[in-house]
Design a protein around this ligand. Sequence first.
Ligand code: TYD
Length: 439
Amino acid sequence: MIPAYTCIVFDLDGTLTDSREGIYNSIRYALDRNGFSCPGDDTLRRFLGPPLAESFMTWCGMTEEEAAIATESYRERYVPRGMLENAVYPGIPSLLRSLREEGVFLAVATGKPLNATRPILEHFGLWGFFSSVACPALSDLHADKAVLIRRALNGLPEKARERVLMVGDIPGDILGGQRAGCDTCAALWGYGDNGEMLLSSPTFSAEDPDALFRILRGDRKPPRGPFISFEGVDGCGKSTQIRLFRTEMEKMGYRTLLTREPGGCPISEQIRSMLLTKEDNGMCDEAEALLFAAARAQHLREVILPALSKGWAVISDRYLDSSLVYQGAGRGLGMEWVRAINRPAIQDGMPDVTVILTLDPAEALRRRTKQGAPDRIEKSGGAFFDAAGRAFRRLAEDDPLRCAAVDAGGTEDEVASRVRAAVLSRLSAADPEGGKEVN
Ligand code: TYD
């Protein structure tokens, strides 16, 4: 539990995302278009955070009118291109997820207009975490942080507003938070000069997102990472999709660990070689199911749980559902029996999200037969794989909160964007009451 705060309001640039590259490029573009010379990087750094028009006036000697025109030019480049020259700070998504799991309401108060804020948060998979987002109007060139914070809070239920923390990376965020009556945290990973930040007297400061979580919880535990498994019958294109998805997760600020079942660590890889040998070694179905469970027990304890508790996103190529489907349905041992033998192996180590790639059985067979010599499982025949395919679909229907059935037909990119949408909607379910205020 996080006892101290019912709501945390985040600044965007320099706190959630490192948007420097796109901002600098767009400022250079605006100055060039309007015949002003560009200041050095030390001065450009001062543009990060305060209202843009004010920086044009302070650092480039513009009049209010010139600053308004330069802001227009800036937006010409920033909205189509610059805003995605951007990256989420490592650790942010796990922090937001863990805070949501602890029941804390999350909000954003940013000086960026909504036409840039929303696409950025959506692009990086963060939009779903926030119950309230407050941005200035396009015409408001001097947005006041305290006003934005109050607006973000107005959108939330009464109980969320009881104890509020504002997290920001420049002194203006801290001062705005103080004027809005909140406690404040200096995000030292952002753009502000650390000395100036501390002079603005934040309630506390944090070196990185993990440290913020530890301070809030009052213990040494970093936020827990999400556990995502991928499933589907052999030939569904799982490996390609996992590779693409991992790249996406890293772009979204997750540190990722990719692993597989059976296997993932030395003992479980040894078990794998017994299970997936190309000869018929006479293994009975029960021994097969128990060996998959044994490999899983070791893999979970040695690899998956330690990575999750360090805040890493673990992506596993197959997990428990493969056993339910292949041994339970395919071999006919029954899903309940397979679930029972896996109980001591996994305890409560279940994935947060399971992507089940579904494909027409004939197409899956066609893709499978293109691969090399089949292993023990791949030799099991059409009826086995048909039963497995049906069982995967049933699992997805029975547990839609965790499992997302994703159509694996179409191009790689089409499938990848379906996978991304399915996972994000399950990872970032924002608001316990289901509402979202945007103003
Ligand atoms: P692998 O070569 O990794 O195949 P894929 O790329 O399709 O995942 O082999 C894993 C095989 O093991 C695959 O045929 C599915 C099967 N399997 C089970 O039967 N039960 C299980 O619990 C797991 C994890 C895998």
